[in-house]
Design a protein around this ligand. Structure first.
Ligand SMILES: [Zn+2]
Ligand SMILES: [Zn+2]
Length: 240
């Protein structure tokens, strides 16, 4: 299986990632990827860039070195209502929005009910493309309720390769999430969550897990260029 787009990556703008946008795009070109999404952290994450950074991403060409560069963000999910740390206005202007929970920013108790409710609300948020690394045990949710609802609303569920290195306690849940996606025919997206250029296009652990559970390739949105481009088109995102 070949993954043709890496849609969750960080640059030095996140301040805890260590390559420039140019280095990340060059790495994507070297790996022969069709696209890369630059998704630095939303405002609430310590050290993350401000509004002006996200509003100025048009400075980067939409295709560079032969790679389609999607301008995006990894927005932070803050509470049980699925509130994000960026305004709808800024999000609407971005091409690619990953929404993720990060433990340090969550307000309130992370009960299964609260996290389930947050994702159900995000399913209805037109600005969100991807639910990022949702396997964290502390933020478990009702997979059988949330995943079909995300799928119904065209949201992608991320299988994050970085989890297999840095969030090992989440691996068991990731398998369960992938199995639930398979059961409901929900689309997933395989991403590196690279914080350094050499990690761009690194998907091997995620792919190995998906192969182990015999996950259908046609449900991986970025395992085929035509399928991925169709998703972009359907969501009003330019192909070039
Ligand atoms: Zn994250
Ligand atoms: Zn990330």
């Amino acid at each position: 299986m070949r993954i043709i787009a890496d849609t969750h990556t960080h640059t030095i703008a996140s301040t805890h990632a260590y390559s420039t946008a140019q280095e990340m795009i060059a790495a994507a070109a070297e790996k022969g990827l069709y696209a890369i999404a630059l998704t630095d952290h939303g405002y609430a994450m310590p050290g993350s860039p401000g509004k002006w950074f996200f509003e100025s991403l048009g400075a980067i060409p939409s295709t560079y070195n032969g790679v389609r560069v999607l301008k995006g963000v990894e927005a932070n999910i803050l509470d049980k209502d699925g509130t994000l740390d960026m305004t709808d206005e800024v999000l609407a202007d971005l091409e690619w929005v990953v929404a993720s929970i990060h433990g340090l920013l969550w307000k309130g108790k992370p009960s299964v009910e609260a996290v389930t409710n947050a994702y159900l609300n995000l399913a209805k948020n037109p600005n969100v493309n991807v639910i990022g690394h949702s396997g964290t045990p502390k933020f478990k949710y009702d997979y059988n309720t949330v995943i079909p609802e995300l799928a119904r609303n065209g949201k992608l569920i991320e299988i994050n390769d970085n989890t297999f290195f840095f969030r090992k306690s989440s691996c068991e849940n990731c398998v369960e999430i992938a199995k639930t996606c398979k059961k409901f025919g929900a689309y997933v997206v395989v991403n590196s969550d690279a914080h350094f250029s050499s990690k761009v296009g690194h998907f091997s652990c995620a792919i190995e897990m998906l192969n182990e559970i015999d996950f259908p390739q046609e449900l991986i949105i970025n395992s085929d260029e035509i399928r991925f481009k169709k998703y972009l088109e359907q969501n009003g995102i330019s192909l070039v």
